[in-house]
Design a protein around this ligand. Structure first.
Ligand code: ATP
Ligand code: MG
Length: 373
């Protein structure tokens, strides 16, 4: 049914359930027993996350050995630049954040979280930190370079994703959210711009700028208008449910080519979101409509992922019938789409950006605020 060929990072993570008849399980959906076993595995990953969270990491890359190539992306808080490591010829992506801007935008706590989370997470569908640096004016996060570009770029180019591709991506995003939530991390910025496609065709979620460890509820208004959950807009105090809502928006956008709640004015977008009213395009089949309806539930007690069966409600939903969750996790399913990629430093999957010079001040700025970085 699927090739056993390894399409990705099975070295990084190789999960096997001890189930005797995986193909039977697949036909019958994802069984309680499979999930129980997977939960044991997630516990191991969470322990590793917690160990790394408490440790100060050591790096063997010197900043002076990294050569700047070009800008890959810009965001609200900084820019991401392609780097070449001169000794190994390996390529990296470096997120550059200006201390002054972080202070002005009151993002010191978020940025410290971003750093520590990037250092501690390890999952096939998330980026992680290779090393970090700071100088008089800037903070630098160095990550592996994910050359396939943003999901956003490919989605706009293709118009919308064919159902098998949308399903392939959705299943990876579900596994990533399940992992993050298991580590008590709420992500809060799921959108096609923050999802990268690796050279093997599998996803890597980037941008942990709004991610944080969550105990109980939180109130911070953050994220991207079209992707904000109603409970977040209504300042009710919210939890992990916001990521499942954003997943619902992503699911819709991947299949339709546009998000379910949209207006030129963000306030109007928010009104539409809290009303929970949207229209599915006629191309959505009954299973997809049912899935979207159950995720985009304003009432969080009815939202898929939040209810007592948790992620199992996704893994056993009819739209995901045929998805082999363990094979997806181990990158053993041939991807329906593989981005064009000519050579190691190829940036053709990224847009062009104007370059800006990075000139640190001659004295250390905001030293105490960035002591823990
Ligand atoms: N590891 C990576 N490899 C390749 N490109 C990357 C990588 N990380 C980020 N990028 C690119 O840089 C862009 C900006 O990065 P990021 O989203 O982390 O910045 P940001 O300032 O926090 O953005 P936002 O406006 O979403 O808050 C991404 O959308 C992506 O195109
Ligand atoms: Mg971003």
């Amino acid at each position: 049914m699927y090739s056993r060929r390894n399409f990705g990072s099975a070295k990084e993570i190789s999960y096997r359930s001890t189930s005797q008849s995986p193909s039977l399980d697949v036909r019958d959906g994802y069984t309680e027993q499979q999930q129980l076993q997977y939960t044991k595995y997630l516990k191991k990953l969470r322990n590793e996350f917690e160990e790394r969270w408490c440790k100060t990491p050591t790096f063997d890359i010197a900043f002076s050995d990294l050569e700047r190539v070009k800008t890959l992306g810009t965001g609200a808080f900084g820019r991401v630049i392609l780097l070449k490591h001169l000794k190994s010829s390996k390529y990296y992506a470096m997120k550059v954040l200006e201390k002054e801007k972080i202070i002005k935008m009151k993002q010191v706590d978020h940025t410290l979280y971003e750093k520590r989370i990037l250092e501690a997470i390890k999952f096939p569908f998330t980026v992680s930190m290779e090393c970090s640096f700071k100088d008089n004016s800037y903070i630098y996060f160095i990550m592996p370079f994910i050359p396939g570009g943003e999901m956003f770029t490919h989605l706009r180019r293709m118009g919308k994703f064919e159902e098998p591709l949308a399903k392939f991506y959705a299943s990876q995003v579900i596994l990533a959210i399940e992992y993050l939530h298991f580590c008590n991390l709420v992500y809060r910025d799921l959108k096609p711009e923050n999802i990268l496609i690796d050279k093997n065709g599998y996803l890597k979620i980037t941008d942990f700028g709004f991610c944080k460890i969550l105990q109980g509820r939180t109130w911070t208004l953050c994220g991207t208008p079209e992707y904000l959950a109603p409970e977040l807009i209504l300042s009710k105090g919210y939890g992990f449910s916001v990521d499942w809502w954003s997943f619902g928006v992503l699911l819709f956008e991947m299949n339709a080519g546009y998000p379910p709640f949209y207006a030129n004015d963000p306030m109007k977008t928010y009104e539409k979101i809290v009303s929970g009213k949207y229209r599915c395009p006629s191309s959505f089949n009954a299973d997809l409509r049912d899935l979207v309806r159950n995720v985009l539930q304003v009432d969080i007690t009815k939202r898929l992922g939040v209810m007592k069966n948790g992620v199992m409600d996704y893994k056993n939903h009819r739209w995901f019938r045929g998805i082999e969750w363990e094979a997806i996790l181990n990158c053993r399913i041939p991807p329906p789409f593989i981005p064009k990629y000519k050579s190691p430093g190829d940036t053709s999957n990224f847009e062009r950006y104007d370059e800006e010079s990075i000139t640190p001040a001659s004295y250390c700025r905001f030293e105490s605020e960035f002591m823990d970085f």
